[in-house]
Design a protein around this ligand. Structure first.
Ligand code: PEP
Ligand code: MN
Length: 263
Protein backbone atom coordinates (compact mmCIF):
# COMPACT_ATOMS: atom_id res chain seq x y z
CA UNK A 1 0.00 0.00 0.00
CA UNK A 2 2.90 2.30 0.72
CA UNK A 3 4.54 1.51 -2.63
CA UNK A 4 4.41 4.08 -5.42
CA UNK A 5 4.43 1.35 -8.06
CA UNK A 6 0.83 0.49 -7.20
CA UNK A 7 -0.24 4.06 -6.50
CA UNK A 8 1.63 6.46 -8.80
CA UNK A 9 -0.05 9.70 -7.76
CA UNK A 10 0.93 11.53 -4.58
CA UNK A 11 -1.36 11.00 -1.61
CA UNK A 12 -2.99 14.15 -0.29
CA UNK A 13 -4.00 14.20 3.35
CA UNK A 14 -6.90 16.45 4.24
CA UNK A 15 -7.00 17.95 7.70
CA UNK A 16 -9.87 20.39 8.18
CA UNK A 17 -9.57 22.89 5.34
CA UNK A 18 -5.92 22.10 4.71
CA UNK A 19 -4.06 19.55 2.64
CA UNK A 20 -0.70 17.93 3.33
CA UNK A 21 1.08 16.76 0.19
CA UNK A 22 0.57 18.33 -3.20
CA UNK A 23 2.45 21.44 -4.19
CA UNK A 24 2.62 23.35 -0.95
CA UNK A 25 4.65 23.13 2.19
CA UNK A 26 2.72 22.39 5.39
CA UNK A 27 4.20 23.98 8.49
CA UNK A 28 3.55 22.52 11.93
CA UNK A 29 4.96 24.60 14.77
CA UNK A 30 4.79 24.84 18.53
CA UNK A 31 6.56 23.85 21.71
CA UNK A 32 8.06 20.47 22.41
CA UNK A 33 5.72 20.16 25.38
CA UNK A 34 2.56 21.84 26.50
CA UNK A 35 3.49 23.57 29.76
CA UNK A 36 0.64 25.90 30.76
CA UNK A 37 -2.48 27.53 29.29
CA UNK A 38 -0.66 30.84 28.80
CA UNK A 39 2.31 29.16 27.16
CA UNK A 40 0.42 27.07 24.62
CA UNK A 41 -2.19 29.68 23.73
CA UNK A 42 0.36 32.43 23.24
CA UNK A 43 2.68 30.28 21.12
CA UNK A 44 -0.31 29.08 19.10
CA UNK A 45 -1.34 32.68 18.40
CA UNK A 46 2.17 33.68 17.42
CA UNK A 47 2.87 30.75 15.09
CA UNK A 48 -0.53 31.21 13.53
CA UNK A 49 0.08 34.87 12.80
CA UNK A 50 3.47 33.95 11.31
CA UNK A 51 1.65 31.57 8.94
CA UNK A 52 1.91 28.10 10.47
CA UNK A 53 -0.93 25.80 9.44
CA UNK A 54 -0.84 23.42 12.42
CA UNK A 55 0.04 23.52 16.11
CA UNK A 56 2.32 20.95 17.71
CA UNK A 57 2.68 20.36 21.45
CA UNK A 58 3.48 17.24 23.44
CA UNK A 59 1.15 16.15 26.22
CA UNK A 60 2.51 12.60 26.63
CA UNK A 61 6.29 12.88 26.38
CA UNK A 62 8.69 10.02 25.68
CA UNK A 63 11.65 11.10 27.83
CA UNK A 64 14.97 9.30 28.08
CA UNK A 65 14.94 9.63 31.87
CA UNK A 66 11.93 8.64 33.98
CA UNK A 67 12.77 11.60 36.25
CA UNK A 68 12.43 14.15 33.47
CA UNK A 69 9.16 16.03 32.88
CA UNK A 70 6.75 13.50 31.40
CA UNK A 71 4.29 16.04 30.00
CA UNK A 72 0.99 17.34 31.38
CA UNK A 73 -0.76 14.23 30.00
CA UNK A 74 -4.56 14.62 29.89
CA UNK A 75 -4.37 18.19 31.07
CA UNK A 76 -2.00 18.93 28.20
CA UNK A 77 -4.57 17.64 25.74
CA UNK A 78 -7.21 19.91 27.26
CA UNK A 79 -4.87 22.87 26.85
CA UNK A 80 -4.22 21.92 23.22
CA UNK A 81 -7.96 21.95 22.65
CA UNK A 82 -8.11 25.44 24.17
CA UNK A 83 -5.31 26.59 21.87
CA UNK A 84 -7.13 25.09 18.88
CA UNK A 85 -10.29 26.87 19.95
CA UNK A 86 -8.42 30.15 20.28
CA UNK A 87 -6.64 29.97 16.92
CA UNK A 88 -8.42 27.45 14.70
CA UNK A 89 -5.13 25.59 14.20
CA UNK A 90 -5.46 21.79 14.01
CA UNK A 91 -3.35 20.07 16.67
CA UNK A 92 -0.59 17.52 16.26
CA UNK A 93 0.39 15.57 19.37
CA UNK A 94 2.08 12.31 20.24
CA UNK A 95 0.43 9.26 21.74
CA UNK A 96 2.61 6.51 23.16
CA UNK A 97 0.22 3.65 23.85
CA UNK A 98 -2.86 1.91 22.52
CA UNK A 99 -4.74 3.05 25.60
CA UNK A 100 -3.89 6.71 24.94
CA UNK A 101 -4.87 6.25 21.32
CA UNK A 102 -8.25 4.78 22.24
CA UNK A 103 -8.97 7.37 24.90
CA UNK A 104 -7.83 10.47 23.07
CA UNK A 105 -7.84 10.10 19.29
CA UNK A 106 -11.04 12.06 18.94
CA UNK A 107 -9.41 15.12 20.48
CA UNK A 108 -6.39 15.15 18.17
CA UNK A 109 -6.30 16.26 14.53
CA UNK A 110 -3.04 14.52 13.57
CA UNK A 111 -1.77 11.73 15.80
CA UNK A 112 1.99 11.54 16.12
CA UNK A 113 3.74 8.23 16.59
CA UNK A 114 7.22 9.13 17.71
CA UNK A 115 10.62 7.81 16.72
CA UNK A 116 10.78 5.56 19.78
CA UNK A 117 7.54 3.85 18.85
CA UNK A 118 8.07 3.53 15.12
CA UNK A 119 8.28 -0.24 15.41
CA UNK A 120 5.72 -0.68 18.18
CA UNK A 121 3.75 -2.97 15.90
CA UNK A 122 0.72 -3.32 18.16
CA UNK A 123 0.44 0.46 18.35
CA UNK A 124 0.81 0.71 14.55
CA UNK A 125 -1.96 -1.86 14.09
CA UNK A 126 -4.21 0.06 16.46
CA UNK A 127 -3.47 3.28 14.51
CA UNK A 128 -4.59 1.41 11.41
CA UNK A 129 -8.05 1.06 12.92
CA UNK A 130 -8.80 4.73 13.39
CA UNK A 131 -9.83 7.40 10.93
CA UNK A 132 -7.34 10.12 11.86
CA UNK A 133 -4.15 11.06 9.98
CA UNK A 134 -1.02 9.59 11.54
CA UNK A 135 2.32 11.41 11.59
CA UNK A 136 4.85 8.59 11.73
CA UNK A 137 8.38 9.61 12.68
CA UNK A 138 11.40 7.67 11.54
CA UNK A 139 13.01 5.63 14.32
CA UNK A 140 16.38 6.85 15.55
CA UNK A 141 18.14 3.90 13.94
CA UNK A 142 15.56 2.83 11.40
CA UNK A 143 16.27 2.34 7.73
CA UNK A 144 14.04 3.88 5.11
CA UNK A 145 12.70 0.40 4.36
CA UNK A 146 11.79 -0.11 8.02
CA UNK A 147 10.01 3.25 8.11
CA UNK A 148 8.01 2.33 5.02
CA UNK A 149 7.12 -1.06 6.48
CA UNK A 150 5.98 0.63 9.69
CA UNK A 151 3.69 2.81 7.55
CA UNK A 152 2.51 -0.35 5.82
CA UNK A 153 1.36 -1.72 9.19
CA UNK A 154 -0.90 1.29 9.66
CA UNK A 155 -2.17 1.23 6.09
CA UNK A 156 -2.76 -2.52 6.10
CA UNK A 157 -5.32 -1.97 8.87
CA UNK A 158 -7.27 0.41 6.64
CA UNK A 159 -5.94 3.84 7.63
CA UNK A 160 -4.15 5.18 4.57
CA UNK A 161 -3.70 8.69 5.91
CA UNK A 162 -0.06 8.45 6.90
CA UNK A 163 2.48 11.28 6.84
CA UNK A 164 6.12 10.27 7.18
CA UNK A 165 8.69 12.34 9.04
CA UNK A 166 12.46 12.41 8.72
CA UNK A 167 13.74 13.64 12.10
CA UNK A 168 17.40 12.73 12.00
CA UNK A 169 19.09 9.42 12.63
CA UNK A 170 21.84 8.20 14.94
CA UNK A 171 25.29 8.28 13.43
CA UNK A 172 28.81 8.51 14.89
CA UNK A 173 28.54 12.31 14.83
CA UNK A 174 27.88 13.94 18.19
CA UNK A 175 28.00 17.65 17.31
CA UNK A 176 24.35 17.53 16.34
CA UNK A 177 21.73 15.59 18.30
CA UNK A 178 21.04 13.41 15.25
CA UNK A 179 22.11 13.55 11.62
CA UNK A 180 19.46 14.92 9.28
CA UNK A 181 19.14 12.49 6.40
CA UNK A 182 17.88 14.73 3.64
CA UNK A 183 18.45 12.05 1.04
CA UNK A 184 15.73 10.05 2.83
CA UNK A 185 13.20 12.60 1.58
CA UNK A 186 14.24 11.94 -1.99
CA UNK A 187 14.33 8.17 -1.50
CA UNK A 188 10.94 8.02 0.21
CA UNK A 189 9.29 10.17 -2.42
CA UNK A 190 10.64 7.88 -5.09
CA UNK A 191 9.54 4.71 -3.30
CA UNK A 192 6.23 5.92 -1.94
CA UNK A 193 3.33 8.23 -2.68
CA UNK A 194 2.96 9.30 0.96
CA UNK A 195 3.79 12.86 2.01
CA UNK A 196 7.12 13.35 3.80
CA UNK A 197 7.89 16.15 6.22
CA UNK A 198 11.14 17.09 7.96
CA UNK A 199 11.80 17.88 11.62
CA UNK A 200 14.95 20.02 11.66
CA UNK A 201 14.60 20.68 15.41
CA UNK A 202 15.06 17.09 16.60
CA UNK A 203 17.49 16.37 13.78
CA UNK A 204 19.97 19.09 14.71
CA UNK A 205 19.13 19.61 18.36
CA UNK A 206 20.48 23.15 17.90
CA UNK A 207 18.15 26.13 17.40
CA UNK A 208 20.55 28.05 15.18
CA UNK A 209 20.54 25.32 12.53
CA UNK A 210 16.76 25.17 12.21
CA UNK A 211 16.26 27.88 9.60
CA UNK A 212 18.94 26.68 7.17
CA UNK A 213 17.89 23.04 7.52
CA UNK A 214 14.26 24.00 6.92
CA UNK A 215 15.23 25.64 3.66
CA UNK A 216 17.33 22.64 2.69
CA UNK A 217 14.38 20.34 3.41
CA UNK A 218 12.14 22.40 1.18
CA UNK A 219 14.83 22.41 -1.51
CA UNK A 220 14.87 18.60 -1.65
CA UNK A 221 11.10 18.46 -1.92
CA UNK A 222 9.78 17.92 1.60
CA UNK A 223 6.00 18.31 1.84
CA UNK A 224 6.23 20.05 5.17
CA UNK A 225 8.16 20.92 8.30
CA UNK A 226 7.61 20.38 12.01
CA UNK A 227 9.43 23.00 14.03
CA UNK A 228 9.79 23.57 17.77
CA UNK A 229 8.97 27.10 18.89
CA UNK A 230 9.08 28.38 22.47
CA UNK A 231 8.79 31.92 23.83
CA UNK A 232 11.43 31.30 26.49
CA UNK A 233 13.69 28.49 25.28
CA UNK A 234 16.08 28.90 28.23
CA UNK A 235 13.30 27.86 30.59
CA UNK A 236 11.52 25.32 28.38
CA UNK A 237 10.67 22.09 30.22
CA UNK A 238 11.88 20.08 27.24
CA UNK A 239 14.12 20.67 24.21
CA UNK A 240 14.82 24.37 24.78
CA UNK A 241 18.23 24.19 23.09
CA UNK A 242 16.60 23.30 19.79
CA UNK A 243 13.60 25.63 20.05
CA UNK A 244 13.41 28.93 18.22
CA UNK A 245 11.60 32.00 19.51
CA UNK A 246 8.39 33.20 17.83
CA UNK A 247 10.05 36.21 16.16
CA UNK A 248 12.71 33.99 14.64
CA UNK A 249 9.98 31.61 13.50
CA UNK A 250 8.23 34.52 11.79
CA UNK A 251 11.46 35.41 10.00
CA UNK A 252 11.90 31.79 8.97
CA UNK A 253 8.38 31.71 7.50
CA UNK A 254 9.12 34.86 5.56
CA UNK A 255 12.24 33.40 4.02
CA UNK A 256 10.50 30.08 3.31
CA UNK A 257 7.80 31.88 1.37
CA UNK A 258 10.47 33.08 -1.02
CA UNK A 259 11.28 29.51 -2.01
CA UNK A 260 8.06 27.60 -1.36
CA UNK A 261 4.32 27.83 -1.68
CA UNK A 262 2.81 28.05 1.79
CA UNK A 263 -0.90 28.71 2.17
C1 PEP B 1 8.83 15.23 19.52
O1 PEP B 1 8.35 15.50 18.40
O2 PEP B 1 8.74 16.01 20.50
C2 PEP B 1 9.61 14.00 19.67
C3 PEP B 1 9.78 13.43 20.86
O3 PEP B 1 10.12 13.56 18.50
P1 PEP B 1 10.89 12.19 18.13
O4 PEP B 1 9.92 11.09 18.36
O5 PEP B 1 11.23 12.40 16.70
O6 PEP B 1 12.11 12.12 19.01
MN1 MN C 1 10.96 17.75 21.37
Amino acid sequence: KVNRTFHPENTLINVGQQTIGGNQVAVIAGPCSVESPEQIVSIARQVKSAGAGFLRGGAFKPRSSPYSFQGLQQEGLELLKQAREATGLPVVTEIMSIKQLENHHEDIDIIQIGARNMQNFDLLKAAGQIAKPILLKRGQSATIEELLMAAEYIMAGGNENVILCERGIRTFETYTRNTLDLSAVLAIKRLSHLPVIVDPSHAAGLWWMVEALSKAAVAVGADGLIIEVHQDPGNARCDGQQSIKPDRFAALMKSLREIAHID
